[in-house]
Design a protein around this ligand. Structure first.
Ligand code: ASP
Length: 469
């Protein structure tokens, strides 16, 4: 018999059906055995009655998380047993036979509750079990819906999703790079991208005009509670665009996505308020102010754009460095100062961040598309001609070939979903998250590699430095 999904059972009252899934709980009432059955679409109560002896015999052996196929009849529940709080509370399945598809050992953790009381290391180690809980299923499925809808909306606006390489060279986005040794060229290394920044700009040079990508980004940062060494950005770039163009298209996409997938959420202000960096610091003491009018409302979403950032700031070493990334362009009124390398502290970047309930969920800028302007930025940062040529030569060259003015943005997808799902950290919205220390406890990564592999890569491991704690 063809499988019926549990969500469709309510339309099959009186019919014989076959249902497959996991045993959520089994309750033995002597002659009657109740089995709550779960599949990806929902839950249903099934009951083995004494007149189906074989079914009762099997039902008495099954345990939570066993995978079974049940044949039975969908019955309406007697009026007084109807549970209005459950989707299938008005029906139950009368079991005629059970096939055990796989047994399960006693699960290492309870998959029924919200799991918040369970030690997170245990949850991450047995992530495949942890993901069975309804809360995690909802988070991951809603994440998919947000991505799918945003993709479709951007497609309608003429954007094209293009993949960019993960094996590339080191890029400067303010963190350390993960590096990958090359076997074919021993002693040389790839780096995993911190963001597809250079590739997306090169796609503008290539004439695509409107690009986006759900891109994995890799940043080797010191232990930071709510960071992951790899995370996902909705990365976007467009040609011939002003700051307002980029902001408008992103605002529209966010609003439509949220109103469709989270219709119960209230967006505090549309269009999103635009606050200058200076005002944000003066008024709220933060460049990601929480402007919610009611901070107790879990369904209130207060977006804001933060604009008019200074382009450069002094780093710890006293040298000028970029505030966002080296590719940001200036506001038109600061262009001459950049080209003359004058008045550097007052040069304003054509840069915007987007904040939500006090978190930065995205940021971007209109770029320098003229090679001489990018070169000035790099010179202000004190880079030698040699370093500029080595690390940025390909960008400068591309900009000499007729690269249009362009700009873009990236959203931190994990953080956005985290806020939409009212979760306390991004690990709750990432299927296979790593710990705050960057470990994958389920796969046991990072791990050592074999001496043969090291030899092949011509690598030698120095004794690890002793940690002084
Ligand atoms: N690549 C930038 C980042 O990751 C975003 C952008 O400027 O588009 O922050």
């Amino acid at each position: 018999m063809q499988r019926t999904y549990i969500k469709d059972l309510k339309n099959k009252v009186g019919e014989e059906v076959s249902v497959s899934g996991w045993v959520d709980v089994r309750r033995d009432h002597g002659k009657l055995i109740f089995v709550d059955l779960r599949d990806m679409s929902g839950k249903v109560q099934a009951v083995a009655l004494p007149n189906h002896k074989e079914a009762v015999a099997i039902a008495s052996t099954i345990r939570s998380e066993w995978v079974i196929e049940v044949l039975g009849k969908v019955n309406p529940r007697p009026e007084k047993l109807v549970n209005k709080n459950e989707e299938n509370g008005a029906i139950e399945m009368e079991i005629t036979s059970i096939v055990v598809l796989n047994e399960a050992i006693t699960p290492a953790l309870d998959v029924n509750g919200d799991g918040k009381e369970i030690d997170e290391e245990v949850r991450l180690k047995y992530r495949y079990l942890d993901l069975r809980r309804p809360r995690m299923q909802k988070n991951i499925r809603n994440r998919h819906k947000v991505m799918l809808l945003a993709r479709n909306l951007l497609e309608k606006e003429g954007f094209c999703e293009i993949e960019t390489p993960n094996l590339t060279i080191a890029t400067a986005e303010g963190s350390k790079n993960f590096i990958v040794p090359s076997r074919l060229e021993p002693g040389k290394f790839y780096a995993l991208p911190q963001a597809p920044q250079q590739y997306k700009q090169l796609l503008m040079a290539a004439g695509f005009e409107k690009y986006f990508q759900f891109a994995r980004c890799f940043r080797d940062e010191d232990t930071r509670g709510d960071r992951q060494p790899e995370f996902t950005q909705m990365d976007l770039e467009m040609s011939f665009a002003t700051e307002e163009d980029v902001m408008r298209i992103n605002e529209k996409t966010l609003i439509e996505t949220i109103q469709t997938i989270y219709p119960h959420k209230k967006i505090q202000q549309i269009p999103f308020p635009v606050i200058t960096y200076k005002e944000a610091i003066e008024k709220y003491g933060s460049d990601k102010p929480d402007i919610r009018t009611d901070k107790n409302d879990p369904d209130l979403l207060a977006f804001a754009w933060i604009v008019d950032f200074p382009m450069f700031e002094k780093g710890d070493d006293g040298k000028w460095t970029f505030t966002h990334n080296p590719f940001s362009g200036t506001k038109p009124e600061s262009y001459n100062d950049l080209m003359n390398k004058e008045n550097i502290e007052n040069i304003m970047a054509a840069q915007y961040d987007i904040t939500l309930n006090g978190s930065e969920i995205g940021g971007g800028s209109i770029r320098n598309h003229r090679p001489e302007a990018l070169r000035k930025v790099l010179e202000i940062m004190g880079f030698s001609d040699e370093k500029i040529e080595k690390e940025y030569g390909h960008m400068l060259k591309a900009f000499e070939t007729g690269t249009p003015p362009h700009g873009g943005i990236a959203w931190g997808l994990d953080r956005l979903i985290m806020i939409l799902e009212n979760e306390p950290n991004i690990r709750e919205v990432i299927a296979f998250a790593k710990t705050g220390e960057g470990k994958d406890l389920m796969m046991n990564a990072p791990s050592e590699v074999s001496p043969e592999q090291l030899r092949e890569l011509r690598l030698k491991i120095d004794k690890p430095e002793k940690k002084n704690n």
